[in-house]
Design a binder for this molecule. Sequence first.
Ligand code: FES
Length: 346
Amino acid sequence: MPYQITIQPSGHVFFAEADETILQAALREGFPLPYGCRNGACGTCKGKIIQGTVDFGSYNESALSEVEKKAGMALFCRAVPLTDLVIECREIGAIKDIKVKTLPCRIQKLERVAPDVMIISLKLPPNERLQFLAGQYIDILMKNGKRRSFSLANAPHDDELLQLHVRNYRGGTFAEHVFTQMKERDILRFEGPLGTFFLREDSDKPIIFVASGTGFAPVKSILEHVFHVRNSSGNERQMVLYWGNRTKADLYLANLAGNWQQAHDNFTFIPVLSEALPSDNWSGRTGLVHEAVMQDFDDLAGYQIYACGAPGMVEAAHRDFTQLRRLPEEEFFSDAFTVSSGESKS
Ligand code: FES
């Protein structure tokens, strides 16, 4: 029997089928709730159960603590209704009209831009285009039934080819395939666009982007989108990008970010290395990337933060910016590259 779910404060109502999570049911019925990993690891989908009971499902404790659970919070990507529910969460209007598609695509280009980073360009079938918001991701559908999530690195207006930044890591089946066997003209299938990590364009607050590793990919998409829109509308939000990597070789598109800084008065690029090599001759910022932001800003009350990359960095940024720098909770947007439950994200 379907359960009725009422969203507060909007009053919107939808129904969940047997064994469907709150998030699956909401998306199926056209109510976009915030989400990222969809596997109980990032915490983006966290909301409150005001009335009714749920099966909380399996999840990482870092995404939902016992204290939060006792206070009525749940991860909507994992929680399955056991009764009718009243829930409290934000809804995201911007993705409501964007259709999620399953499409084939062809590998058009493979570029190894760092020892462990490959940029893949995908070509869609003729007459197909993917509508998406800058910052969203797609799921590559693997032959073994698993999915592998990648942020789109190109801006929506520049959609002839879709660009993914793939980092190689031990045990990453798809990543290893990309680095050892994949070749141009191979065919893949994907589902997308997905996720709610995109620029909130209804704000004029200055923006701080905090990226680690290939967390640069969705930030690139957002920035190229902003620069494009700015050219036509005069948008002048101040923006700064802190990009953290281990060594200089890992800053795989530093020249591009440097060029943006030269071309746009409202944009600053600050690369940060955590393990610079003597041969790097690095005279720039060092340490952890979110700590560089902490050093530069005493007060984040008037800012929006977009953080993307390793879960540890995203968690630390969220904790320190909200607790120690007065960043409003609702102005922190994140996409953590999680690995959990056989699915992973990059
Ligand atoms: S924990 Fe639910 S979307 Fe990440």
